[in-house]
Ligand binder design. Sequence first.
Ligand SMILES: Cc1ncc(C[n+]2csc(CCOP(=O)(O)OP(=O)(O)O)c2C)c(N)n1
Ligand SMILES: [Mg+2]
Length: 343
Amino acid sequence: MAAPTKEMLLDWYRQMVLIREFEETCHRLYEEKRITGVYLHLYSGHEASGVGSMAALRKTDHVITAYRDHGIGLILGMDPKAVMAEMMGKKTGSSGGKGGSMHLASAEHNFWGGYAIVGGHLPLAAGIALASKYRGEDDVTMTYVGDGATNNGYFHESLNMSAIWDLPVVWIIENNGYGMGTEVARASGQVELHRKAEAYGIKSFGRVDAQNALEVYAVASKAVEYARRKGPAVIEHVTYRYRGHGVSDKQYDARDDMSAELQEWMATREPIKILRDCIESAYGDVAAILAGHEADAARIVAESVKFAEASELPATYEDLMRNAYVASDLVHKSEGSVGAGID
Ligand SMILES: Cc1ncc(C[n+]2csc(CCOP(=O)(O)OP(=O)(O)O)c2C)c(N)n1
Ligand SMILES: [Mg+2]
């Protein structure tokens, strides 16, 4: 693995401050009822997990995740305007406003979602990796999975299939300590989650401090190369969510004793600060460049909000039906006029 260059580190910083600004803006917009809905799961605190690991991928590789998906989409280069419009359910959103926060996706970026059913994306990940292998392409499917989801049947079936078929998939377990409000030890008999790989004969690359993007990158690079040449790999990322499970979670109310734990993580293991310190100690005074990235993030996110708020809702019958079905002879024959004009 080549050590990350100065340019790479600065770009990681750019990505991480963009995610943080985007997520904290979403949080504020939700409080102001400018983003609505029952769910909004933020990636604040997880930034180094996604940024460091995806830096190990090539453009042709595939990515899939669960509902904590905004940061993942932004890292892949989705337009923040289209992502913000999707948050607000607008027609200009990345899924036409019909997916919302949990269902970002972009075929152009090989980003296959954004899924709300816990673990539901894991068989899909195995399927994407199987397709790559079947076609003789050496692309890897990077799959993010929560600690809670590792107790779900999908996880075990998918890991097993990836093992028997030597699929090129990296299973990244994002262990943020909780599945909703349940601590890992209350939900999982094995608390070293990466060791679940052993049950299926899969290579584990161990447990990584995922608040440190450099450590994440170093391990992900090895795991991606392994998956590309040999078969499935598992990594456990130890991280923390700053905004609770989602917007309806009052976990971090100031009166709640959880807030001490949160304060501790923010004070000692803040991923953006850790990266900043690494860059500064390696390259000296880069304050102006970093401040430039912070200002850009604020501008880009503010523009995305303006764009999203000015966009229309998908309010017509055509909007409703668009992409509801694939336009195929089958749909037209079986559904008669229902399928007509659908793209
Ligand atoms: C099959 C299924 N069961 C339960 C839920 C409700 N649910 C939504 S998120 C969640 C917790 C998942 O936690 P984890 O996998 O650790 O991901 P995190 O939210 O921490 O990123 C649960 C139980 C669901 N969406 N799908
Ligand atoms: Mg979790």
